[in-house]
Write a new protein. Sequence first.
Length: 176
Amino acid sequence: MGDNEELIRKCQQKSRRAFEELYKKFSPFVYGICLRYAKDRDEAQDILQDCFIKVMERIGEFKFQGSFDGWLQRMAVNESLNHLKLMWNSVQEIADDDTTEDESADIVSDMSAKELVEAISKLPDGYRTIFNMYVVEGYQHNEIAEILNIKEATSRSQLKKAREQLILIISNDYKR
């Protein structure tokens, strides 16, 4: 862990300078995570700021037993989800169905990462959240259901619908 360990320990001792350095070093990583969940860059920036406030409050809980990147990623995902829970509360659960995920053709293989992120950002909040959690972050449907307090079938259904809508977005916006 080396430099990071020393930096983290200084942050745990409440060093303002160390925290500024930690922010400078890790904010691009955290911002990338926030951007996957946010509608736009301004919202991602707000989530980023809230995330680092939580990091500052909870850095003492980091015990050097796993990677700091992993701990920080979990903090960023959780803060992004907390931000979205406000929207989730105002949206009714999409009708449950037990439809299994289809194996769509990979139409994104020739897209740049920037184009793909832009297409994902056009998904509705619920779809984008489930898609990011499952595809990007690697959560399983049962974990997503527990975190978002929804049924597992809802997670599966929203992922399926997110993929379908993403294909439409890509086919309409990114024809080559």
